[in-house]
Design a protein around this ligand. Structure first.
Ligand code: FA5
Length: 330
């Protein structure tokens, strides 16, 4: 009996020692089988019990069973520890260097045309103009008739556009906003209306089929061309941060009288930048105002052309190219 007792203790120590030496679950399984498997050392002790006399059987049997249960628990603990270790090692393989500087987030920036539009809005707001919006899909009445361009008027050819199935058209200029605003607001008034316009025309370096304008409208009792000239000169001075050479050239628009165009000196050429004039009495009437009480000027400025001059871009189509080599320069 003394011998069995010693050998049980020995088994316990050996098993525990080997268990701790197991490097992975496979190793551990081998150790497990060595002691608790079918032919394992502890199993064999238990199996040999039946050969022992009754008294010994009970005592050693108890001890051997305790050892078996003890080792089972220890194996389970060892297995759990090895699993955790394996998991940690796997995680470490995915380790990354937190001290490496992060990749810079690439910030986008505003499109040059948006920059120009915002600058215009800022300057005109400073001069007391409100910013108004109108629809890009417009009624024929607002885009043409109300602006003194009835159906068979030849001026409609200048503003050929896209007619939509819903009976509307894509506005060819921002001038319809004049009418929409005067219908609902009494003078004196001072607004600008920036926005996108559309034309059915061949493109070239200064013409696109879709581009941007800023409409301007100032109506009062005695607003004159002199007011227009002063305001627009001040606008250009602020916009280009210097005095620029401009010229007023007589021109014809059905919705103004007199009408003119404004050009800006661009290198050794003149670039046409806007149409303008004194609002035609018929237009005031169409918007519900009495032309003998009110008068004023209106203008329509090409934002793309302004941007071309400001940023020295020689082809308007670049603004719509989506070419990052171009856009990233702003
Ligand atoms: C008009 O559109 C008038 N509504 C302007 C106006 C308003 C006159 C109020 C009088 C009173 P026009 O078609 O000329 O006019 O266009 C005005 C400006 O838009 C031009 O001077 C030019 O700067 C710009 N523009 C015209 N067509 C194009 C185009 N295809 N691509 C880019 N810019 C253009």
């Amino acid at each position: 009996m003394a011998k069995t007792k010693i050998s049980l203790k020995l088994l316990k120590n050996k098993a525990q020692k080997e268990m701790l030496q197991a490097k992975d679950l496979k190793d551990l399984d081998i150790v497990f089988k060595k002691y608790l498997g079918d032919e394992g050392e502890v199993t064999l002790v238990l199996r040999s019990l039946k050969k022992l006399p009754k008294t010994k059987k009970a005592k050693i049997g108890k001890e051997a069973n305790e050892l078996k249960n003890f080792l089972k628990i220890k194996f389970a603990e060892a297995a759990a520890a090895l699993k955790e270790k394996a998991q940690k090692e796997a995680e470490l393989k995915e380790w990354f260097d937190i001290t490496v500087p992060g990749e810079k987030v690439a910030f986008g920036h505003l499109h040059p045309l948006t920059l120009v539009q915002r600058k215009c809005e800022e300057i005109f707001q400073f001069m007391g103009f409100s910013i108004i919006e109108g629809p890009e899909m417009e009624e024929e009445w607002y885009n043409f008739d109300a602006l003194n361009i009835p159906k068979n008027h030849p001026a409609r050819d200048l503003w050929d556009t896209f007619y939509l199935k819903n009976g509307l058209l894509l506005r060819t200029h921002t001038s319809p906003v004049q009418i929409r605003y005067m219908e609902k607001n009494q003078p004196p008034l001072r607004i600008i209306a920036p926005g996108r316009v559309f034309r059915h025309e061949a493109t070239d370096s200064s013409h696109e089929v879709n581009f941007y304008q800023v409409e301007g409208l100032m109506i009062g009792r005695d607003i004159s061309v002199a007011n227009f000239k002063a305001i627009i000169q001040e606008f250009f001075r602020r916009f280009f941060s210097k005095d620029v050479e401009i010229r007023l050239r007589p021109s014809y628009f059905p919705f103004v009288e007199p009408g003119f165009e404004i050009d800006i000196k661009w290198g050794d050429q003149w670039m046409e930048i806007m149409g303008a004039g004194m609002v035609h009495p018929n237009v005031l009437k169409n918007a519900g105002l009495n032309p003998s009480d009110w008068q004023g000027f209106a203008f329509g400025m090409g934002l793309d052309r302004l941007a071309m001059i400001k940023y020295k871009v020689d082809d308007v189509r670049l603004f719509y190219s989506g070419d990052l080599r171009f856009l990233n320069q702003f």
